[in-house]
Design a binder for this molecule. Structure first.
Ligand code: 5AD
Ligand code: SF4
Length: 388
């Protein structure tokens, strides 16, 4: 978190520096941490050298994200309170203290509420500071953490609608570090939006690993969209991320009807090979995805479409890769994020041999990236600059 923009609590205590890695969910979690720290009287700083406390809010989704944290955390001298929180904390637990001896506390995503209390204990008691603290056992977060009213941006807020994921895609660490899907009560979600509106924020992004699976009592995601669209004073909103299996023509119709909704869908395809999609446990076929993309374009007028793609999943052959390449070419995404497969702890896929050589993964990555670059340039001009 670089800047604190709308902090209302009078700061008085020690200085903390917070660095965020990974997705928008982590960005929001960092705001929550800032809000809780501010309530406890700590002050934020942009300058890690001046800080008494350094917190890394970490990501485990790919190896690369973790490598950056291991090297950063090792950079700080003994004496500061250094915390590793978020997904890596859950992933590695106490092992972090061995690998990075400067670290003094480790807190998993469901325990972030405890961070200010842990820091107070570490500051006041040398014996505890030497012994270190770790907390990774909670299953759910208390609702109140979402209501500290700390937002980094004064015009836009991220609002978590669901935590965790129960899909267990075979390559993905998220269900292991963020737990099962847990939907927030829509009344709490609306209350949080109301609180942000009162601070003058008018643009929102609804967040979840699989927002389309949202359900609370009888209220599903389509109905939540309608409720949010009807909020007085709210000017624009969007949502991320969608799962093709839980995405439907009904959602597209609701998207087209919702006047305040940004016409944008991030719909990770991951692969264009039926064989690989099955091994990934994605629960849809290549044809299902292509039909979905087609329907989206027909129903949601001038809608932008983006995707995530993984190349080099275990056993991915030239033919499988061609399936993915052709899918990306056919759909003409506004943008696509291409990732090289990396085995993640706990996952099904990590028990399969990582068969595609590094150079081959890099080659496949480059081929799709170059093709997509050309498409993005053309599609953007057509669909962003001259909407129907
Ligand atoms: N290797 C490579 N990419 C991955 N992703 C998730 N897990 C892995 C992994 N083990 C990608 C997926 C997901 C995005 C957030 O990260 O494409 O949609
Ligand atoms: Fe991971 Fe799949 Fe859940 Fe996305 S939907 S967070 S890829 S398990």
């Amino acid at each position: 978190m670089r800047k604190q923009k709308i902090l209302t609590v009078e700061p008085k205590g020690s200085l903390f520096y917070l660095k965020t890695y990974g997705c928008q969910m982590n960005k929001r979690d960092s705001e929550v941490i800032c809000g809780l720290m501010a309530e406890a009287g700590y002050r934020i700083t942009d300058d890690s050298a001046k800080a008494d406390i350094v917190i890394f809010n970490t990501c485990s989704v790919r190896q690369h994200a973790e490598d950056k944290v291991w090297s950063e955390a090792g950079r700080f001298k003994k004496g500061k309170i250094i915390g590793v929180v978020g997904c890596m904390a859950q992933n590695y637990g106490q092992d972090i203290f061995e690998r990075s001896p400067n670290v003094s506390f480790v807190v998993g995503p469901a325990d972030i509420e405890k961070i200010p209390g842990i820091i107070t204990k570490l500051s006041n008691d040398k014996a505890i500071f030497e012994r270190k603290i770790f907390e990774i056992d909670s299953l759910a977060r208390p609702e109140k953490i979402y209501h500290t009213n700390f937002y980094e941006d004064k015009n836009h807020a991220f609002v978590v609608i669901s935590e965790g994921c129960s899909n267990f895609c075979s390559y993905c660490v998220v269900p292991y570090v963020r737990g099962h899907l847990h939907n927030r009560n829509y009344e709490d979600i609306l209350k949080e939006i109301q609180g942000a509106l009162e601070k003058g924020i008018t643009r929102f992004t609804l967040l979840g690993q699989n927002v389309n699976a949202y359900k609370y009592d009888t209220l599903d995601f389509v109905r939540l969209l309608r409720l949010v669209d009807a909020i007085e004073g709210l000017e624009e909103f969007s949502f991320v991320t969608s799962h093709p299996r839980d995405t439907s023509v009904d959602l597209f119709k609701a998207m087209n009807d919702a006047g305040k909704l940004k016409k944008y869908l991030h719909l990770p395809a991951q692969s264009g090979s039926d064989r690989i999609l099955k091994l990934m446990n994605r629960g849809y076929s290549r044809k299902f995805y292509l039909d979905l993309a087609d329907n989206y374009r027909k129903i949601v007028k001038a809608g932008a479409l983006t995707a995530d793609i993984i190349v080099g999943f275990p056993t991915e052959s030239e033919k499988d890769f061609k399936g993915t390449y052709d899918l990306v070419k056919a759909v003409r995404f506004n943008a696509a994020y291409i990732f090289k497969y990396s085995p993640r702890p706990h996952t099904e896929a990590s028990r399969m041999a990582d068969t595609v050589p590094k150079e081959e993964k890099e080659g496949r990555h480059r081929l799709i990236l170059e093709m997509q670059k050309e498409i993005s340039n053309k599609v953007k001009r057509r669909e962003y600059e001259k909407p129907e």
